[in-house]
Design a protein around this ligand. Structure first.
Ligand code: SR1
Ligand code: MG
Length: 423
């Protein structure tokens, strides 16, 4: 093995030589590094990702780069995001067992994580674009969110442990900054890295930048994101951060992890299901997607129902932190008081998640980082029509969220907008 002390990016050629004595990798795939087959498969915005196959198995080696891969070296980004990803994965594995890839090795100086290669899993976003109706995702993701968000918060954690963790993740500044800028601000002014389907959406974009109510709501939600350190978030929970088979769901890529509002993860996730819904019209070349549309709206309903049920169960059984202590409620025989408090927590979460969902929709169509759901629609007029409908829906979510009381109600509106009956 070559000993390298300062950070050096791996290549498919250098990886066997550099990691040939790494116990966490050798133990997994076999010791004869000369036989390893290595492919770089990273297609995300930030990192290198290698699949390494040896005589005895396979593994993923993920390495951060000192810049944003999507943009290039002109946008430096610290390697420490790999440290936060590693620590987030260990916490998620403890709080929601079986939901994230198993980590076998972490090298902080090389910003690399060796982890389980998930196969035959594919990225959920790709599956939804293909029209695959996966039977387990709503339940699996609903449970993942409830367990990680509840168990990482002051509702459950011991206060000293939680405050130490809060301090640890507070240093993930640059990745928070990406979200603060790209998600909450850039789409609403002429930011240099923005792009949109042009000229088709030019008029819509001008209207959005002049939309005072929408901009105020975007900033109120940014305020919440920046100031409400409620729990350890995944931080980038979209359909590109989830790998699936029909029978299994795993959540990947928590490098944006930090302490923020619970509603952010839930809202971002549901927004990506709604965007998949509005993109279906662009993927109808091979036949009607009506069944897929109905499936996606049901996934949204079922994900939230699972989340609520599990969060409520944890509230009743694992509420051992500093908030809403049992001493004030159950221990005085006031079970209803605890239920009333739960209702308040869930109702705030509901309103906020709708807002975050609306904002996520805007940034995926108007900002730097777009979604394959829309981007793979080759006909630009059709793509723009799908995007315009999603934007109109996203504005309802962000601006009118306090008046929305159920998913049935908002999904009915989504269907009317999708059919061109409402705007
Ligand atoms: C510069 S990074 C752009 C986006 O990619 C990541 O997946 C996050 O969603 C981020 O906002
Ligand atoms: Mg990612």
């Amino acid at each position: 093995m070559t000993t390298i002390t300062s950070f050096t990016p791996l290549t498919a050629e250098t990886l066997p030589q550099r990691l040939g004595s790494t116990a966490g990798l050798v133990g997994l795939i076999g010791a004869d590094a000369a036989q390893w087959k290595v492919r770089e498969v990273g297609d995300g915005n930030l990192n290198l990702v290698f699949i390494v196959e040896g005589a005895e198995g396979s593994a993923i080696v993920k390495q951060a780069l000192p810049y944003v891969r999507l943009v290039g070296e002109s946008w430096p980004l610290p390697l420490k995001r790999s440290f936060f990803e590693y620590h987030a994965l260990t916490r998620q594995a403890a709080r929601a067992p079986g939901t994230v890839p198993v980590v076998h090795h972490f090298d902080e100086s090389q910003a690399l994580i060796v982890m389980e290669f998930l196969s035959p899993h594919i990225i959920l976003r790709k599956a939804l674009i293909e029209g695959r109706e996966l039977p387990k995702i709503a339940r699996d993701i609903g449970l993942f969110m409830a367990r990680t968000l509840f168990r990482g918060s002051d509702l459950h954690m011991k206060t000293a442990e939680r405050k130490a963790d809060l301090a640890l993740f507070a240093d993930n500044v640059e990745l928070c900054d990406i979200t603060e800028s790209l998600v909450f601000s850039d789409p609403y002014f002429d930011a240099p890295m923005n792009r949109h389907t042009t000229p088709q959406l030019d008029g819509v974009v001008a209207k959005i930048r002049a939309d005072r109510d929408l901009k105020v709501e975007a900033q109120r939600l940014k305020h919440l994101f920046a100031a409400n350190a409620e729990t350890l978030l995944h931080g980038d929970l979209h359909s590109g951060s989830i790998m699936v088979t029909d029978g299994e769901t795993r959540i990947i890529d928590p490098e944006f992890a930090f302490y923020g509002p619970m509603a952010f993860d839930v809202g971002m996730l549901l927004a990506n299901f709604w965007m998949a819904y509005f993109a279906q019209a662009g993927h109808e070349g091979d036949g009607s997607r009506d069944s897929m549309r109905a499936y996606l709206l049901k996934v949204i309903v079922d994900t939230w129902a699972t989340f609520r049920a599990e969060f409520s169960e944890l509230w009743r059984t694992e509420r051992d932190g500093i908030l809403y202590q049992r001493a004030l409620f159950e221990n005085q025989g006031d079970v209803l008081g605890a239920e009333q408090a739960l209702d308040h927590v869930l109702s705030t979460l509901w309103t906020d998640l709708l807002g975050f969902a609306g904002i996520e929709i805007h940034r995926r169509i108007l900002g730097l980082a777009h979604n394959a759901d829309f981007e793979t629609i080759a006909d630009e007029d059709l793509r723009a029509a799908c995007e315009a409908r999603a934007l109109s829906f996203g504005r309802h979510l962000a601006v009118n969220r306090r008046q929305i009381h159920s998913l049935d109600e908002i999904n009915a509106l989504a269907a009317l907008i999708d059919k061109g009956i409402a705007a």
